[in-house]
Design a protein around this ligand. Structure first.
Ligand SMILES: Nc1ncnc2c1ncn2[C@@H]1O[C@H](COP(=O)(O)OP(=O)(O)OP(=O)(O)O)[C@@H](O)[C@H]1O
Ligand SMILES: [Mg+2]
Length: 229
């Protein structure tokens, strides 16, 4: 059974005369352990598709099964549990909480998961060490560089060891060096067995993934396996 199974998924925003079809009839399977890049121009529907895959949004039509479960049958509470337990999210703008230190930011989703304080601390410290930021644990986001902030966000995404990472333009606000550091972390996570789905408008970055899906105007226009044994 595929990890992700999208069947004829469409997403229409707006109402009345003001309708935007952001995703048009997309069918797509993603297997466990894949590293998939989704690329396409601005407005092509990448984030819309990612938000559906991440159970942050619901399709207008079509069927989305995650781990064989039809997500339309799940309650909001069950969807929240999936987002919290099974998916690590990484965003272009880092989305760190400015008043919390790096360590506290990483701990936050662990609090939501009800993990006891001492274990939480250990997991958060370990996650920050994994992205080479152990020495910056007490810094507020404003005192960190963009690349460091994104690594804190990655630590937050991986602290609870979710099997799947969804990253929406994770390198979009980073320079080349920091961008390639973030890509290296994503590769490492994938080689440790995590399924990674990453959105990028940068075709060069997309080409490093083992699978590259290009979307245009809400539809898949190519789906290429880059893996060369
Ligand atoms: N909440 C919304 N309400 C109405 N229209 C929306 C909404 N979100 C996105 N859209 C529209 O849906 C289309 C796809 O948007 P989406 O954000 O998925 O594109 P994208 O590929 O992620 O673009 P970018 O590279 O700029 O992030 C666009 O035409 C956009 O204007
Ligand atoms: Mg987007």
């Amino acid at each position: 059974m595929p990890l992700i199974e999208l069947k004829n998924i469409s997403k229409i925003y707006g109402s009345g005369d003001d309708l935007v079809t952001a995703v048009k009839n997309i069918s797509l399977n993603v297997e466990r352990g894949e590293f998939t890049a989704i690329s396409g121009t601005s407005g092509s529907g990448k984030s819309t598709l990612m938000n559906i895959i991440g159970c942050l949004d619901i399709q207008t039509s079509g069927k989305y099964s995650l781990c064989g479960k039809d997500t339309s049958t799940l309650s909001e509470k069950e969807l929240a549990e999936i987002r919290n337990r099974d998916i690590g999210f990484i965003f272009q703008n880092f989305n760190l909480i400015p008043s919390l230190t790096a360590l506290e930011n990483v701990e936050l989703p662990l609090i939501y998961r009800g993990i006891p304080k001492n274990i939480r601390r250990q997991l958060a410290v370990h996650a920050l060490e994994n992205v080479s930021l152990g020495s910056r644990a007490d810094h507020l986001p404003a005192k960190l560089s963009g690349g460091q902030q994104q690594r804190v966000a990655i630590a937050r995404a991986i602290a609870a060891a979710p099997p799947m990472i969804l990253a929406d333009e994770p390198t979009g606000n980073l320079d080349r060096k920091n961008g390639s550091d973030v890509m290296k972390i994503l590769y490492d996570l994938n080689s440790q067995g995590k399924t990674v789905i990453m959105i990028t408008h940068d075709e060069n970055i997309a080409a490093h993934a083992s699978r590259t899906i290009r979307i245009s105007d809400g539809q898949i226009v190519s789906d290429v396996n880059n893996y060369v044994p």
